[in-house]
Design a protein around this ligand. Structure first.
Ligand code: ADP
Ligand code: MG
Length: 388
């Protein structure tokens, strides 16, 4: 799960990680109000979307006076912000963060995340922080310092010292940095984060270390045990079909390029099916695992979600009936088909429990379904009809 910068900064504040003074605004009037309350200029007006690169895309502006706060809030709120992380379609800006503009001496990069390869928590830090960190990582990776921490031992002073040294910090700045990094480590572990990133972490002209940006991603499988962050979920930022699927507890992921929808039971079979579609020359439009014990209602919901996707030109249903019986699947498909009306070809491969009954239901439904004898036959047939 992703959250907004202003929400990440609320968590930073809770852990004592220094942030600029500021507040989220949902209208231009609120932005002006917050700007006035800050009582200093410059004030920074920042688009809140679940993507980075906002600065370069025109979503972060420095206002020198109240009139400029008004002007920037009006232009950013409601704009479609395109950044290298949003894709060409961009994202509609519905929220702002209005905060004090700080005098930047230097922009650093700092992140902390679990590293699967070493099964440790890794800090990554760089003196070359700011808006070009991707370029630094690609061209001069030696400018990024990594410190690995065994989670069973936890973060120690020497870990923080190594990072501070790598960032060329000493004296009071190193002291501030060490305290901050230790708190960040705790936040990352406490909340099962898959990423905590500050870019830029700044040194101000008056010698302070402050998180100027904030990005936190949470492990979706752990969100259930953190009630306080569940309210941070912003459905506006998620793919509407994925939101719909999550209501029915379906594992659905929209794929950007393909035109073949698929509905499969079991994540392994769903992935194998996508591979087979590719191998047969097709291109999957989604991943959908209805789960081992799906009900007719879930099957119906899954099928409707696939059919509602305008890029889908053909649908492949590949079910191995175990706990999910084939007759139940067939009923779900027929119900959904009656309700939405299918205009595109549907290929079905179905095997397992009650398969005869399932086939009978499909045959007697009057629907124009193409049946496949096995998985590779299904993949060949779906690729062919999607091309045609
Ligand atoms: P993004 O990473 O999406 O581009 P940032 O929050 O990192 O957004 O902001 C982009 C740049 O804007 C920063 O690198 C920094 O130079 C400047 N900036 C952001 N917030 C402030 C602030 N409160 N005071 C001064 N400059 C800021
Ligand atoms: Mg940033």
């Amino acid at each position: 799960m992703k959250i907004h910068e202003f929400q990440a900064k609320q968590l930073f504040q809770k852990y004592g990680v220094p942030i600029p003074r500021g507040k989220a605004a949902f209208s231009v009037a609120e932005a002006k109000q917050i700007g006035a309350e800050l009582g200093v200029f410059p004030v920074v007006v920042k688009a809140q979307i679940h993507a980075g690169g906002r600065g370069k895309g025109g979503g972060v502006k420095l206002a020198k006076n109240a009139a400029e706060v008004d002007q920037y809030a009006s232009s950013i709120l409601g704009m479609t912000l395109v950044t290298h992380q949003t894709g060409p379609e961009g994202k509609l800006v519905k929220k702002l963060l209005v905060e004090e503009g700080l005098p930047i001496e230097k922009e650093l990069y700092l992140s902390v995340l679990p590293d699967r390869g070493t099964a440790k928590i890794v800090f990554m830090a760089s003196e070359a922080g700011g808006m070009d960190i991707e370029k630094v990582a690609a061209e001069t990776p030696e400018k990024i310092v990594k410190v690995f921490i065994d989670p069973l031992i936890g973060m120690k002073g020497y870990h923080a010292n190594e990072l501070a040294f790598g960032l060329n910090l000493s004296g009071d700045l190193a002291k501030q940095f060490n305290a901050m990094a230790t708190k960040l480590y705790k936040l990352c572990v406490d909340y099962d984060c898959s990423l905590v990133e500050i870019n830029p972490l700044i040194l101000t002209k008056d010698g302070r270390v402050i998180a100027l940006d904030g990005k936190i991603n949470f492990d979706d499988n752990a969100v259930g045990r953190h009630k306080d962050i569940q309210e941070y979920r912003d459905l506006d930022e998620e793919d509407p079909s994925e939101v719909e699927a999550s209501k029915y507890e379906l594992n659905y992921i929209k794929m950007p390029s393909g035109n073949i929808g698929s509905m499969v039971n079991g994540a392994g079979l769903a992935m194998a099916t996508m591979d087979l579609i590719k191998q047969a020359g097709g291109d999957p439009a989604n991943f959908l695992d209805v789960g081992g014990g799906a009900s007719a209602e879930q099957v119906e919901a899954g099928f409707k979600i696939i059919l509602a996707d305008p890029t889908v030109k053909a649908v492949l249903i590949n079910i191995f009936g175990g706990i999910l019986r084939c007759d139940r699947l067939a009923n779900g498909v027929v119900e959904a088909a009656k309700k939405v009306g299918i205009q595109i070809p549907v290929v079905i491969r179905m095997e397992g429990t009650n398969v005869e009954e399932g086939r009978r239901i499909l045959n007697e439904s009057g629907l124009n379904l193409i049946t496949a004898k096995d998985v590779s036959d299904a993949a060949q047939k779906i690729a062919a009809v999607a091309k045609a």
